[in-house]
Design a binder for this molecule. Sequence first.
Ligand SMILES: C[S@@+](CC[C@H](N)C(=O)[O-])C[C@H]1O[C@@H](n2cnc3c(N)ncnc32)[C@H](O)[C@@H]1O
Length: 267
Amino acid sequence: MTTMKPASSGDHYLFDNGSDLGAQQLNSLSALFDAHTRSVLNSLPLSASPRSLEIGAGNGSVARMIAEHSDGQVLAIDLDTTHLPKTPGVEPRRHDIREGVPAGPFDLIHARIVLTHLTAREEIFASLVDGLAPGGWLVLADVGLAEELLVAPEESDHEVWRNYNDAAYRQVGPAAGHDYSWADRTEAAMFAAGLSDVVAEHVVPLARGGGPWAMYQSNLSRQAEVPLLATGLSMEDMERYRTMLTEPEFRARIFSLTYTAGRKPAA
Ligand SMILES: C[S@@+](CC[C@H](N)C(=O)[O-])C[C@H]1O[C@@H](n2cnc3c(N)ncnc32)[C@H](O)[C@@H]1O
């Protein structure tokens, strides 16, 4: 196993998979993005019976998808394996990727919305490239900020929107180690690491009031309520933000998701 330096003190995962809200968060991500992830992964020419590593596996939906599609073995790691069952072809393991990449090599390494959160992403990225077998694929999906309120249910919601986003995405997220620019830098990092067949796809989901993407944001605001209020965000703005997310007129772009894939040259 490749080992890395310990995480910096600011680097802590903001959400709690073990809580009900954490479980809902993981299920929302599966509902929102699994179809797209499937189309990205199915397009890769994987070797027969590949050995795969799924990092930050969450509820295991992508690990199961890889196992079913590829007929290979998937090692599914996460800090918290509460919602990560053992299923045919999938071995769940509690493991912190900051401590190193499990022994490989792997024909496919995939992580969705994980490196965004980790301060040591550049070192982890390098170790993931090292962990690939010749001809193996690295597929990373990370979030960027879109932050566009397209339809505000009330005029005053523009200010609430700005206040919430400033607290969440310029204070709480960065303080926990989030880097929303990494998604746009991943492609260049893959080229610099000598990967071939590098390709990226960028999706910007539209959040509609009461819809799954808006409710996902509401969930995050509840899980991070304490640090959000500690920035000085008022409870009034917090509550109005959550209400706005449920209103039928609400339309916004909040996050983008960029999928980037690259292949280690064959030996
Ligand atoms: C935003 S969730 C994404 C879950 C899943 N990849 C998905 O897209 O549905 C981030 C996941 O990464 C896990 N995670 C965070 N830091 C990690 C670390 N240092 N090592 C392993 N897993 C980690 C979290 O526990 C959580 O399950």
